[in-house]
Design a protein around this ligand. Structure first.
Ligand SMILES: *Cc1c(COP(=O)(O)O)cnc(C)c1O
Length: 341
């Protein structure tokens, strides 16, 4: 496979148009057969549900080259399942799980020249999305829907090495109790832009959001879940029904237990406990796991004992093991690696 002439190691995280994308349309509750197309632009009615009432959701996953030269994706069945559940909550016709996987295979096959070589740290980021494309004017679910999946090559997340993140506890909330925090809806991101801007203005990398009803428990950031390590090496992750169930976080918790033989707990994490943890990290597809350096709270700054220079030892082991599994250097649990080419 002749690769595109791209400086893989110096790619950032921004949109680059690739050759082909997958499209399927839904009318009267029935999805058509779907096809690969060339046009990166979408043409929709001015009154489309997505434009008027934000009826849209998305997923994010990566295709990459393993140590033995295969092109794979990581647990795409879980992205398909999560998108299915998100669609149901937004009254959109879910895109069938096996068809999601088929679309993914077609998309990656058609853009193989954009899958970065092993060892560059770069990946082909894949963005499936589903939105109301038919016109509405009264508030109602759209009469027609579009499912699309495109890909764009992205660079290594930790260019120039790992840098522990500075967080602030946000004075804004991310997700309402009994709202949409547990689904991957575009609207969750629209309302997080301002708090994100606020954090950057104040010199922080990310917001730490608390539960909206009591503001006493830790939830997640705008786009990543948390894990923490206790003094006695337990790996803890916040439990809440307003957190987006990160596939990376679920995988890391499994790795902690089954590969590293650490105790794991998914439970409520009170803000008051933050100063007792020895390590912390943000987990999501983009970075896999980025260490927390400090957390600024109303009552002062908590600096993680792992410091502002590097990952803590358990965070590092979790990171190395999961990325080792993804890249084919460590044997994966059954069903985790989906080989495309
Ligand atoms: C996508 C997302 C994550 C990370 O999920 P992964 O499946 O690990 O990529 C975490 N939090 C929010 C709010 C998200 O939208």
């Amino acid at each position: 496979m002749e690769k595109k002439n791209i400086d893989w190691a110096n790619l950032g995280f921004k949109y680059i148009e690739t050759d082909k994308r997958y499209v399927s349309y839904c009318k009267d509750g029935t999805w058509d057969d779907g096809a690969m197309v060339d046009d990166a632009n979408v043409s929709i009615n001015e009154s489309a549900g997505v434009l008027q009432y934000s009826q849209t959701c998305f997923e994010g996953l990566k295709a990459y080259t393993t140590v033995d030269g295969r092109v794979v994706t990581f647990r795409p069945d879980l992205n398909a399942q999560r998108m299915y559940e998100t669609a149901e909550r937004l009254l959109m016709p879910p895109f069938p799980i096996e068809r999601f996987i088929d679309a993914l295979d077609q998309l990656v096959q058609a853009n193989l020249a954009y899958v970065p070589p092993y060892g560059t740290g770069a990946t082909l980021y894949i963005r499936p999305f589903l939105f109301g494309s038919g016109p509405v004017i009264g508030v109602a679910p759209a009469p027609e829907y579009t499912f699309r999946m495109f890909s764009t090559p992205v660079g290594p997340y930790f260019k120039g090495g790992v840098r522990p993140l500075k967080l602030q506890i946000s004075s804004y909330d991310r997700a309402a109790p009994r709202g949409t925090g547990h689904i991957k809806a575009g609207l969750n991101y629209a309302m997080s832009l301002y708090p994100g801007y606020d954090a950057k203005q104040k010199g922080f990398d990310e917001n730490m959001y608390l539960d909206a009803s009591t503001r006493t428990f830790v939830e997640e950031t705008g786009g990543a879940n948390f894990i923490f390590v206790t003094k006695d090496n337990k790996v803890v992750t916040p439990k809440s029904n307003t957190i987006l169930p990160s596939i990376t976080r679920r995988s890391l918790m499994y790795v902690a237990k089954e590969y590293l033989h650490l105790e794991t707990e998914e439970r409520e994490v009170p803000v008051s406990e933050l100063s007792e943890f020895v390590e912390g990290g943000l987990c999501g597809t983009a970075a896999v796991l980025s260490p927390i350096g400090s957390i600024t709270t109303e009552n002062g700054v908590i600096t993680m004992p792992s410091g502002m220079e590097k990952m803590g030892p358990i965070t590092q082991k979790l990171y190395d093991t999961l990325t080792g599994i993804q890249m084919g250097r460590i044997e994966a649990p059954k069903g985790w690696i989906h080989t495309i080419a």
